[in-house]
Design a protein around this ligand. Structure first.
Ligand SMILES: *Cc1c(COP(=O)(O)O)cnc(C)c1O
Length: 389
């Protein structure tokens, strides 16, 4: 362990600058458009719109802000219910609480690790019985994998409840001929520093009804009525993206395909090197879908490997390698105790994925040598545990 200090730190998913950002940032500064309007914002939104083939895309200050705005547009308020994937980062459902509404958590299924259509159906049947349908369903595309959107959409259409697709982790992923973020009435993307591309911090709201974009821009800039003086007839937010950060976004968007290819390659290398070890199972990819493989995730069967996911995270940490457990599901969070949860048939899938899952360093700037170091550390740890068991 004495050599820990000498080994460089390997991060889970650090930012990856393309070198194209400078020119756009510089232009913003030189033209003095450094606030919340300007050419970078207009171009960034336009390019996202083209890329996603969406009627409108609004650049905002975070993915969380984008979810909050979507809930406002759908008129989610005090006392309302909103269904949400349980296996996710808390940002998916925090805005439900901001609106005074109650989230109801839906389990995952094993094919995609995303929302289980069966659990969703059970939640809807229960809601119908209680005469309290949700105002919206937040479906998360986990680690870049698009959920079983065809089935989920059919269920939500049947009950006439809109979908907010949380594609924070899934920019560039696809399912059938559509891209992540374009399935729901609203979709959201995050450009946080750890995501597949970044604006340092930021997000986008994808609108399927073009006219909603203007309402979103209005609410995201303090809901100023069209008067010369400051007049407000609604409460808004300060949620717009800065023109400087949109410049970073433009430089990042140009290399999105490279970033996806690299992350997919990293995933394949882990599979080639580690899937021969009994007891390790990689996150699957749905048929007809293409994940951006934002993070390489796998589960560990402790009975076979003699080591569990948390121990593996710790062993990697001892080697100065940042790995993480799979998201702790929302229905297991102390802050959400007593909130209803619908599991997948008779199995709590998201709990099982959490208890056995691990995410490995997956940044598009991960070097081959560094990935080998991760792989060797895992191989050695499991070999050792089996030898002493
Ligand atoms: C990162 C993330 C968000 C939040 O995005 P921010 O830009 O950090 O606010 C929301 N949902 C999921 C699933 C995420 O991974």
């Amino acid at each position: 362990m004495g050599n820990v200090q000498r080994k460089n730190r390997i991060y889970l998913s650090p930012p990856h600058i393309s070198g194209l950002e400078d020119q756009y940032i510089k232009e913003a500064i030189e033209t003095n458009w450094i606030s919340s309007v300007g050419k970078n914002i207009d171009c960034f939104e336009q390019q996202l719109k083209l890329k996603l083939n969406a009627p409108d895309v609004v650049a905002v200050s975070s993915g969380t802000a984008a979810i909050h705005l979507a809930l406002r547009l759908l008129n989610v308020k005090d006392g309302d219910h909103v269904f949400c994937s349980s296996l996710t980062f808390i940002a998916s459902c925090n805005p439900v609480i901001y609106q005074g509404a109650t989230p109801i958590f839906i389990d995952s299924e094993y094919d995609s690790w995303c929302m289980s259509p069966e659990a969703l159906e059970a939640a809807f049947e229960n809601a119908k019985k209680n005469n309290k349908l949700p105002k919206a369903v937040i479906v998360v595309d986990l680690y870049g994998q698009v959920a079983k959107m065809n089935e989920i959409q059919a269920i939500c259409d049947y009950y006439s409840v809109p979908i907010i697709e949380d594609a924070a982790e899934a920019l560039g992923s696809s399912y059938g001929d559509k891209l992540a973020g374009t399935f729901g009435q609203f979709g959201i993307i995050s450009f946080n520093g750890n995501k597949i591309i970044t604006t340092s911090g930021g997000g986008a709201l994808i609108c399927q009804n073009g006219h909603e974009g203007e309402k979103v821009r209005f609410l995201a800039s303090q809901a100023k009525d069209p008067a010369l003086y400051y007049e407000h007839s609604q409460i808004g937010y300060n949620y717009r993206m800065s023109n400087i950060l949109a410049g970073i976004g433009r430089g990042q968007l140009e290399v999105l395909e490279d970033r996806i290819n690299r992350r997919r390659r990293i995933f394949e290398t882990y599979v080639e090197e580690l899937s021969t070890i009994p007891g390790l199972y990689f996150m699957p990819e749905l048929e007809k879908s293409k994940s951006n493989r934002w993070l390489t995730a796998l589960t560990v069967n402790e009975e076979i490997t003699k080591i569990n996911a948390l121990e593996l995270v710790q062993i990697l940490a001892n080697e100065n390698i940042e790995a993480r457990p799979v998201w702790k599901p929302m229905h297991l969070q102390p802050v959400f105790k007593n909130i209803p949860y619908f599991q997948h048939k008779d199995t709590d899938v998201s709990r099982h994925l959490f208890e056995t899952g691990i995410c490995l360093p997956s940044g598009s700037n991960l070097t081959e040598d560094d990935q080998l170091r991760v792989i060797e550390t895992i191989k050695k740890a499991i070999r050792y545990q089996i030898s002493i068991a």
